[in-house]
Design a protein around this ligand. Structure first.
Ligand SMILES: *Cc1c(COP(=O)(O)O)cnc(C)c1O
Length: 404
């Protein structure tokens, strides 16, 4: 129990995905528990002072303090690393903690960051407003435009950030192309893979140096806990990530890590069903014929279909719809919903719909929002696990009430 050699943990990449999701990374104590233990402890006791000194020296395996590592969090991290195909992982309290810590770890004053411009609201604020306060400049590009990526690099570019598919516009970035370009320019690439989930897209295989998640989304998948994860190589972890996070403490609570572990056991079933549902709902919404447009990466005629086929296993669980009547009509539509909730989370078992311009992207200036394609008539739908027909009947009813 004292040692964390990894020998007792199920860390094998020989297993298939569903076995890894259920058993990967699990550490079973001498009690023989079948469900993972929740180690709600901040500290660890040593048999003798020499052991404490040896552990701090790094000569002895084992835990010292939960800001540095905790067994329940370590199980979650090992399971995440396994399914991502990453060498290592560290969990964080939220997705934004994962994103901000990963970026802070790899830049310094005077550096320049290139990022796709369509991002989750807080990611954009972090790159554009927060990093710049510390003397890190940025260039935001249309993530769909490979030429724009090429032209954005400067001699002091050290980091690239991208989200694909992007929240909420579902723009897709050619991850392999951007990673190759970044590496030619000696920059590290951080990919926010939240919308694709670790099951549909593997950025590390495409060259990404760091992948981050909000595990609040499909990983918990049942709307219970906030969480996040940073996945990378041992080398980047040691050189960049640990020197920051050991001393800044963005940690996930062991309780939340335990909830995430339970969530992961069913993640493949949930994500598969959500993608099927999202495809049915997206087609159904489009067939209703009353929206200005319906956007879903799984559509055969999706504008970036080839790229989706190249790098994603399915179209994901998020759909966007555009209403002709702007905010007033979008609000009327939302207010008429009886099955889908008005809520700004994604990846939940419950279908959730939000008006990005007034919620998730409210903190982004209006001109920047419009530049990203977030109009007042746009609604973002995260499709859950309900029956697709119940969702569609609800949308059809709401459309009538909203005068569509
Ligand atoms: C939700 C989300 C985040 C932030 O995650 P939190 O857990 O809410 O901090 C980051 N990126 C994307 C794409 C998201 O959807």
């Amino acid at each position: 129990m004292k040692r964390d050699t990894g020998k007792n943990r199920n860390i094998t990449d020989k297993w298939r995905l569903s076995t890894q999701l259920v058993r990967g990374g699990t550490y079973r104590s001498e009690i023989g528990e079948t469900s993972e233990s929740m180690f709600m402890t901040s500290g660890y006791a040593y048999d003798c002072a020499e052991d404490a000194a040896a552990r701090f020296e790094g000569e002895q395996d084992g835990y010292t303090y939960s800001r540095l590592r905790n067994p329940t969090c370590a199980m979650f991290e090992d399971k995440m690393a396994l399914i991502e195909g990453a060498e290592t992982a560290r969990s964080t309290a939220t997705g934004m903690a994962a994103m901000s810590q990963a970026m802070l770890a790899i830049v310094k004053a005077g550096d320049h960051v290139v990022s796709s411009k369509t991002l989750f609201g807080s990611c954009r604020v972090f790159i554009e407003d927060i990093l710049t306060k510390f003397g890190v400049s940025c260039t935001l590009v249309d993530g769909k435009d490979n030429e724009a990526w090429k032209n954005a690099f400067r001699p002091n570019t050290t980091a690239v950030f991208l989200e694909s598919p992007a929240n909420p516009t579902l723009d897709v970035v050619d991850i392999e192309f951007v990673c190759d370009l970044a590496h030619e320019n000696n920059a590290l690439v951080v990919v926010d893979n939240v919308f694709a989930t670790p099951l549909l897209q593997k950025p590390i295989k495409m060259g990404a140096d760091i992948v981050i998640y909000s595990s609040t989304k499909h990983i918990d998948g049942q709307g219970r806990c906030l969480g996040g994860c940073i996945l990378t190589s041992e080398e980047i972890l040691d050189e960049y990530i640990l020197p920051l996070i050991r001393h800044t403490g963005p940690n996930l609570s062991p309780f939340n890590a335990w909830v995430m572990l339970k969530g992961m056991e069913t993640m493949d079933l949930r994500v598969e069903k959500m993608c099927l549902n999202a495809s049915k709902v997206a087609h159904g919404l489009r067939d209703m014929g009353c929206f200005t447009s319906v956007n879903y990466p799984g559509f055969d005629d999706f504008s970036q279909r080839d790229l989706v086929e190249k790098q994603m296993a399915a179209g994901g669980s998020v759909v966007t719809v555009f209403l002709p009547g702007g905010r007033a009509q979008a609000f009327k539509f939302l207010n008429a919903l009886e099955v889908t909730d008005i809520s700004n989370n994604v990846g939940d078992a419950k279908s959730l719909m939000t008006h990005p311009a007034s919620t998730t992207h409210k903190s982004v200036e209006e001109s920047a929002r419009l530049d990203m394609g977030i109009t007042e008539g746009m609604l973002r739908l995260s499709v859950g696990l309900e029956h697709a027909d119940d969702l569609l009947e609800d949308f059809a009813r709401a459309a009538k009430i909203a005068g569509l």
